[in-house]
Design a binder for this molecule. Structure first.
Ligand code: GTP
Ligand code: MG
Ligand code: ZN
Length: 337
């Protein structure tokens, strides 16, 4: 054992994985943080983190990253170990010493050619794709891309159609019915119980264009949220990017967490491998067992098992068409949305 370890000496390890391992303390006496408190990051502002500690959920604690973390990113939703002053008193500052392994990571890129991945939020288990039925108009290209990102990240999607007072949501709902995407419809001042039931016990992140009503939803669901709400420009039909940073809030009665995010313009999928999408649709995946090697399952594939399954009456053609639309979402430039 000792010999084997020496063969892969520390020099090799550092060389092999330089950028990350370097940030680790090198001494054997690495401090143990067993007594550190556990909390979660609820918002990030220029190197300052606001946390809520597990054992004091009503107190907001300010923190910075401790040196051993180096350049490791800390994002909203991260579970972190913290030392120092976690009292939340004025001027108190705690230090984040460790980031717990993330259960999920929702990523996006600014556009499809952008090599820089941004982590939108860590540890969410539900992506609420918020779309207004009007003002601004819904854009299915955006919804499709957000769905792809959710499936890729292993996060359950939920379609939330807002502003139902302005138009009938049925045609939009029908576009996603065959895919089996769960959906709820809301309107300002209306009954929120359907949405609340979907949020219950989960960590959800709201995502959508500016002005679709994300912060309005959060204010309706979390009584003291106090999120600022903007108006939609009557001429351009666009929101004003009122929310400028993501904020995670606890749902009433410990019913879970919700993250309000700033409106996004584009949803780049540079990080997504389309081949992995099918894993999220077990019935479709089963039908691809007999596909020729390298089959992408796209409509133009000559011998795709999905077509055979439709012919045999084993798959709903609309479901396959919808799946293939998602498959192609990656090839529509993000900026065309
Ligand atoms: N008619 C109607 N207007 C709504 C509804 N929900 C929200 N609005 C309005 O839409 C506008 C934008 O709402 P916000 O909640 O600020 O939208 P947002 O998605 O948070 O926008 P950003 O923070 O810019 O991303 C506000 O004027 C809201 O009052 C609704 O159900 N019906
Ligand atoms: Mg907002
Ligand atoms: Zn195929």
């Amino acid at each position: 054992m000792a010999k084997a370890q020496r063969r892969y000496g520390t020099e090799d390890v550092e060389h092999y994985d330089r950028p990350r391992r370097r940030t680790r303390p090198r001494t054997k006496d690495r401090p143990s943080y067993d007594d550190a408190d556990l909390g979660r990051v609820i918002t990030v502002d220029r190197g300052r983190f606001t946390l809520v500690m597990d054992d004091a959920p009503d107190v907001e604690v300010w923190a910075v990253k401790a040196r051993p973390l180096g350049r490791k990113g800390v994002v909203v939703g991260d579970r972190v170990k913290v030392v120092g002053d976690t009292s939340g008193a004025e001027g108190a500052l705690a230090r984040i010493v460790e980031v717990e392994p993330r259960q999920t990571v929702l990523r996006r890129t600014a556009d499809d050619d952008d090599p820089v991945e941004r982590v939108v939020v860590a540890n969410a288990d539900q992506l609420v794709i918020v779309t207004a039925i009007a003002d601004p108009e819904p854009r299915t290209g955006f919804i499709d891309r957000a769905l792809v990102a959710a499936y890729e990240a292993g996060i359950d999607p939920l379609l939330c159609i807002t502003k139902a007072d302005l138009a009938d949501p049925e045609s939009l709902v029908s576009t996603y019915r065959a895919l089996g995407v769960p959906w709820v419809v809301t309107q300002r001042g209306g009954d929120m119980s359907a949405l609340q039931a979907e949020l219950d016990g989960r960590t959800s992140v709201l995502l959508g264009h500016s002005g679709v009503g994300k912060s309005t939803l959060v204010n309706a669901i979390v009584p003291d949220a106090g999120r600022e709400v903007g108006h939609v420009n009557a001429v351009t039909g666009r929101g004003r990017h009122t929310s400028t940073s993501a904020l995670m809030l606890q749902l009433p009665d410990d019913a879970g967490w919700i993250v309000d995010t700033p409106g996004i313009r584009t949803f780049g999928l540079a990080h997504v491998e389309p081949e992995r999408l099918i894993v999220s649709f077990p019935d479709l995946e089963e039908a691809t067992a007999e596909c020729p090697r390298g089959c992408t399952h796209a409509a133009e594939e000559p011998e795709c098992g999905l077509d055979a399954a439709i012919e045999a009456g084993r798959l709903d053609p609309e479901r396959v068409v919808s799946f293939r639309r998602l498959l192609e979402a990656r090839s529509v430039p993000a900026y065309a949305l």
